[in-house]
Design a protein around this ligand. Sequence first.
Ligand code: HEM
Length: 403
Amino acid sequence: MTVQPDAPVCDIDFYAESTIADPATAYHSMLSAGPVVWLEKNQMYAICGHSDLVASLRNHECFSSAKGVSVDDEINKFLIGSSLNSDPPQHDVSRSITFAPLSPKNLRHIKERIETEAETIVDKLVAKGEFDAASELAPYLPLTIVRDLVGLGPNGKDKMLEWGAATFELMGWPGERRNKAIENLKQLRGFLEDPDTLDNLSDNGWARRAIKLGIDGGMEPARAAELMRDYIAPSLDTTISAIGYAIMLFARNPDQWQKLRDNRDLVRNAIEEVVRLNTPIRAFTRYITQDIEVAGTTLKKGSRVLMVYGAANRDPLRFPEPNTFDIERKTIGHVGFGQGVHACLGMNLARLEIASLLNSLADQVQQFTLNGPVVARVNSTIHSLASVPVKIASDIASDIARD
Ligand code: HEM
């Protein structure tokens, strides 16, 4: 079907590797064209203006997730059913089960463990004097703590990162990367359907707890097993992305690092600013359930629209000088963790992990200096880095030099 676009046409390919490597330029082109644009190369409308995106995210009746939030309807068949890929009331049932361990109240029980592990890795890396923040620092807490807490057992634990990346890959338009990602997604489906999986889950893990609550509440075992997807796909890569970017941004903006060292109350807002500017999840889609007008464009019932969190977070109408990293700016209302019923389930855990690392680093590191090229990772949805090589100036090194 040929669409006569009812919005400014934008000729960027949202899923080209060049866009993935440098999404900021694409966000700028989209926002300059209008709050809603027609992506000619992807044959889809995209909502990128901040106020229109927020209003749409809050309208889950018209902007539905129940048919999946991937661009690709074939892939959506694998995904539907998790909290992310469902609508109320089904969504609220699964979310109420999987959220409990991630509530601020329950996170208090793991705070000390996270802070202790943060100190351990920071001590180790500071002692080296230089390290890769993307590969040596960023994955540490998600892989040592969060993966254990999820508790998938031996046949799932080591695959979690790969399955998560594949799920995010297939939420977009992965081109040649599609086949490998589909293999991973099939493995994940096999894991969820395997009757042995339940027996192998850790006794006190979040996964076992969620399945038990699901079954006790009357869910079929197969449906209860799907609850594990709330933890498998989004709990690692998202946070890893934010940590890698945080260090890159502080290395490029040493004045902001100094401000944070001088006033630790800024840590909380600095995390929001990193998530605003970097926006780990570039975009998901929604399925339109009835004709609706957004910023003068009619989105037709039965079509899909791209919800571009990354662009909305750089909308100058909401965030003045949007490309500037400013840990004191008003970050409230950013959509890096989503908005509405699907707002991120794990944001408090992510904030706790990132805050623990930034505080430990601020205790010791005077300055980060990039000492090699920053390399982007290629994934159609998660915007993250493969390499952020940094050299540090530390207080300990200065003390030794003074002595
Ligand atoms: C910096 C880290 C993170 C970022 C930037 C992030 C981002 C997001 C975003 C943008 C959404 C909204 C999706 C939508 O609108 O459809 C979302 C939802 C979600 N996130 Fe996160 N996330 C992060 C960490 C985590 C962690 C650590 C977990 C789990 C432990 C998690 C679990 C989820 C789940 C299950 C949903 C779906 C919630 C629902 O549909 O009700 N996220 N996240």
